[in-house]
Design a protein around this ligand. Sequence first.
Ligand SMILES: *Cc1c(COP(=O)(O)O)cnc(C)c1O
Length: 368
Amino acid sequence: MKNIPFCDYRKLYTENRNDYLNIFDEVASNGGFIMQKALSDFENELAKFIGCKYTIGVANCTDGLEIGWQTIGLRNGDEVICSSHTFIATASSIVMAGGVPVPVDIGPDNLIDPDAVEDAINPRTVGIVPTQLNGRTCDMDRIMDIAYRHKLFVVEDSAQALGSLFKGKHSGTFGNLGAISFYPAKVLGCFGDGGALITNDENIFDKAFQLHEQGRDPNGEIKSWGRNSRLDNIQAAILSFQLKKYPEVINKRRQIAAYYNSRLSCLEELILPPPPCDNGDHFDIFQNYEFIAERRDELKKYLYERGIGTLIQWNGKGIHQWEPLGFNIKLPKVEEFFRKSIMIPIWPYLSDEDIEYIADNIYAFYRK
Ligand SMILES: *Cc1c(COP(=O)(O)O)cnc(C)c1O
C-alpha cells in the first residue's frame, strides 16, 4: 500500500533544499529583508510573466483583494457579486473593505454563472469578483461584457490561477485588478503566506501601493492612510527561483490531469473537469483536480483506506451555506455540487506510479 497525501508540503522544500539554503543565506547575509531588491526583482519578473504593467507583492492574496476593493472605494451597502463556490476570502475581503458580498450560483463549468450574475444585478451593485477556480479562467468575454453594460468594477480572484489563460490572455488582467496567492499549496507557493496584486491601471497601482505600505509612495513620502501588507524579501527570492521553473510545473500538472481524464472518463459515475487543451479558449493550470463523484463519501473512505489523501474543497460548503454569516438564500447548483465533489492529488512531485495507483483505485472502487 502507498501513502500519498493530498498535498505533500515538505516536498516544496526538500526537492530543492540546497537551492533554498543558498537563497536564505544570500538574502539574510546581505540583510535585505524588507522592500529590497529581491522583492522588486520578483515583482518585475512576475509582471513580465503575466504581461501586466504593475505588480505589488502583498502579505497574502486576501489582503490583495481587500486592498483592491479599497482602491475602488466601496461605500456602505455597495454590493459585489461573487460565486458561492469560492474561498471565504473572496467574500470577506469585500466585507472588510466596506461592501456587501452577493453570492450567486455556478454554471455547468462550476465557475461563476454569468446568467446568475446578470440576474443579481440591482441599483446597489458596483462590482463582480469572478473566482478563477482550480486554475481555470472564467469566460471573461461574458463577464466583461456584463461589467461594461452595467458599469461595474471587476476584481479577479486569481488566487488559484497564475498562468491560466482565457483566449491567450492571463488570468487577473481582464478586470480592474487581480490578486494572486502564494500560499504553500498554490501552484506557485512560498514558505508561508504571500500574495500579489496585479493591475494595468496606474491610478489603482498608486493607491494600492500606498495602502500596502503605510500610506507611503515608492519614495517614502506619506500620501494617505495605509497599513502594512508587504511581501517579505525571503519569500520573494524563493518565488523568483520557482517562477523560473513555473512553466514546467504547470506542464506537469496538465500531464497528470490529462492522465486522470484518460483513465477515468470511461466511468459514468464521475463528471470530470475538461482535460487540458492546447488550442481552445482555456489554458488551465490545474491548481486542483476537482470532480463530481457518485457515492462520493464512500469513494473518499475507500481511497483513504488505500493511503490516498483527498480533499473536499472549502470543507464542503459554498459560502452562502455558512450559517453564522447570515446568508438566507438557496443556490441549488452549488449545494448539489458539494454533495458530490472531491479533489484528488495533483501536485507536481507525484510519480507516474502514484498517479497510476490513484486512477487504478478509483476505477476499482466503481468496477470491483
Ligand atoms: C487561497 C485562496 C485565497 C486566499 O489566498 P491567501 O493568500 O491565503 O490569502 C483566495 N481565494 C481563493 C479562491 C483561494 O483559493
